[in-house]
Design a binder for this molecule. Structure first.
Ligand code: NAP
Length: 249
């Protein structure tokens, strides 16, 4: 097992891609602190799945877009890890889609607050312990919307593009401490986040995917598991696109 003895914190680990990542890292031997915001039942299910995969798990409730709460989430993960935090996956994210002409400032702020500000707050809180350890792996969950844009998602695309610039900067600032920072940029993955999209939109999206299928949460989790492993120790500041060939087509 590649992650034996490591402690990971996954924000938004109760459902979707975060949950699959928690289970995947546990299968590699990691212990996982699962952060969630409000859905305690889903988080409990995630915890059971992590334990079933052979890992230790703890649940950490907290809204990572809020300054004090982001700090508390990292503190709880550190105490779960006996003072260590080896892996941070900034995964928590939301959408508030609208065409720019109709987008409200509230929709803009909500998406930037969690996706981008939350990633900043949690990463900053995790920095010091990782620097002391002289080791750490950070993976930020971006999106292909942040790479090529997406109509109806000006707020989300801006946040995800911001995450990419942030990731590259963290990689440069932290490299001397043996901390890597990378991003994954998923394409379309069926989860609670994408469920509300109209069927016609989903059908049109599917036609744009050269590999002919939507991504799965496991597809993204596999990419994250690689980036946090020792095998990726010489990779930092990169964006790994996991989209079935959608944006390279
Ligand atoms: P999801 O199924 O909706 O799960 C979102 C998770 O984030 C939940 O566990 C939720 O907690 C948590 N969360 C929401 N607000 C939070 C907050 N303020 N503080 C802490 N946690 C919070 O979403 P998903 O599809 O797995 O997406 C995960 C990440 O992948 C996001 O960053 C998303 O932008 C990105 N992504 C997804 C896709 C896709 O097609 N699905 C594509 C590209 C990128 P509760 O369960 O407590 O509500």
């Amino acid at each position: 097992m590649k992650l034996e003895g490591r402690t990971a914190l996954i924000t938004g680990g109760g459902r979707g891609i975060g949950r699959a990542t928690a289970v995947r890292l546990a299968r590699e031997g990691a212990d996982v602190a699962i952060n969630f915001k409000g859905n305690a039942a889903a988080a409990e299910d995630a915890k059971r799945l992590v334990e079933g995969a052979g890992g230790k798990a703890t649940l950490v409730q907290g809204d990572v877009s809020v300054d004090g709460q982001a700090d508390e989430v990292v503190k709880a993960a550190l105490s779960f890890g006996g003072g260590r935090l080896d892996i941070l996956v900034n995964n928590a994210g939301i959408t508030r889609d609208n065409l720019l002409l109709r987008m409200t400032a509230e929709e803009w702020d909500a998406v930037l607050d969690l996706n981008l500000r939350g990633t900043f707050l949690v990463t900053k809180a995790a920095m010091r312990p990782m620097m002391k350890q002289r080791a750490g792996r950070i993976v930020n969950v971006a999106s292909i919307a942040g790479v090529v844009g997406n109509a109806g998602q000006a707020n989300y695309a801006a946040a995800k593009a911001g995450i990419i610039g942030f990731t590259k900067t963290v990689a440069r600032e932290m490299a001397s401490r043996n901390i890597t920072a990378n991003a994954v940029a998923p394409g379309f993955v069926p989860t609670d986040l994408t469920d509300p999209l109209p069927q016609q939109v989903k059908d049109d999206l599917l036609k744009q995917i050269p590999l002919g299928r939507f991504g799965t949460v496991e597809d993204v989790a596999n990419a994250i598991a690689f980036l946090v492993s020792d095998e990726a120790s010489y990779i930092t500041g990169q964006v790994l696109v996991v989209d079935g060939g959608m944006v390279t087509a």
